[in-house]
Design a protein around this ligand. Structure first.
Ligand SMILES: NC(=O)c1ccc[n+]([C@@H]2O[C@H](COP(=O)([O-])OP(=O)(O)OC[C@H]3O[C@@H](n4cnc5c(N)ncnc54)[C@H](OP(=O)(O)O)[C@@H]3O)[C@@H](O)[C@H]2O)c1
Length: 274
């Protein structure tokens, strides 16, 4: 785990669901003086960190080690030219789904050809807020080890990191882990509803479903066993779990639905990239 004051200074652009999840984690680990650029809502930040509503509001002597782009993909172009004028050779870490390095660089460089950003892509997920995130990262060949280490240290402070070999693979990361928490939340939601349908009190069903998804996740995290092995170990032949799994594992059920869902998320990420 990263010790206090080791994390680089950041300019966090966009402090919504993902930006705030990461920033909360970074604060716990000791971040060098940083700025959060968030235009409409007021963010409570401990000193020495500051909020700015526009790039022009950022103190002239502030130069971040890393600029984190955490706005919606379609909103980034509004702010990139201003950032480029102010920080022409920045290290940019984009957590935006589907925005390619090329498209970001084009917008960053539109004001001047002297602008030379290094853009690294990352796909974190919201469990970063409790230090339980996982992030896939990709760096282009020109990124230096220092730049990669700075980005890695930020994301490792809020979970685990994996680096992928090509930028296209970030779309697969997006579909599996970036969007993945929603799949687990859906499972908890459906288990809760089914429990209520089977006669449990709503509060009881809620607690049972949420705690089960949480506990299974914690077991997965603690175990070196394959997930299929963990499943097999709690499934007695002819028992209750087997009865449920026969439904879920029918060829037209989860074995079809889950790959289809992930492929749909990859396709959407590809569409956003064009
Ligand atoms: N949510 C996730 O689970 C998740 C996971 C992985 C990656 N991501 C990526 O993270 C990015 C952000 O997603 P999100 O869910 O956090 O979105 P969000 O909650 O809408 O947050 C974006 C924030 O940025 C602000 N903003 C937009 N343009 C700005 C500007 N020019 N200057 C300052 N602030 C600006 C928005 O303010 P306004 O509302 O006033 O516009 C909003 O508060 C997306 O690109 C997404 O692909 C999200």
């Amino acid at each position: 785990m990263t010790s206090r004051s080791q994390l680089p200074s950041v300019l966090l652009v966009g402090c919504g669901k993902m930006g705030s999840a990461m920033f909360e984690g970074w604060l716990k680990h000791g971040l060098k003086p940083s700025v959060v650029l968030e235009r409409h809502q007021s963010i409570t930040l401990p000193a020495p960190h500051k909020q700015a509503e526009t790039v022009a509001d950022i103190a002239p002597d502030f130069t971040p080690d890393v600029i984190i782009l955490a706005v919606k993909p379609q909103m980034a172009d509004d702010v990139l030219p201003e950032l480029a004028q102010r920080f022409p050779s920045a290290t940019l870490l984009s957590v935006m789904a589907g925005r390619t390095i090329d498209s970001l660089a084009r917008h960053y460089q539109q004001t001047s050809s002297k602008v030379t950003p290094t853009i690294i892509r990352a796909m974190p997920n919201t469990p970063c807020a409790i230090g339980a995130g996982v992030t896939g990262l990709y760096a282009p060949p020109q990124a230096t080890d220092t730049q990669k280490n700075e980005c890695d240290s930020l994301l490792r402070s809020v979970g685990e990191t994996v680096w992928v070999e090509s930028e296209e693979l970030i779309n697969a990361v997006t579909a599996v882990s970036g969007s993945g928490p929603a799949y687990a939340f859906l499972l908890a939601e459906l288990m809760e509803k089914a429990g209520i349908a089977e006669g449990l009190a709503p509060e009881t069903a809620r607690k049972l479903a949420r705690r089960t998804v949480y506990g299974a996740g914690a077991l997965l995290n603690d175990s070196d066993l394959e997930s299929a092995e963990l499943r097999t170990r709690v499934t007695s032949p002819g028992g209750t779990t087997a009865a449920a799994l026969n439904v879920l594992m029918a060829p037209d059920a989860w074995p079809t639905a889950v790959p289809k869902a992930i492929a749909a998320a990859v396709k959407r990420a590809e569409e956003l990239s064009t």
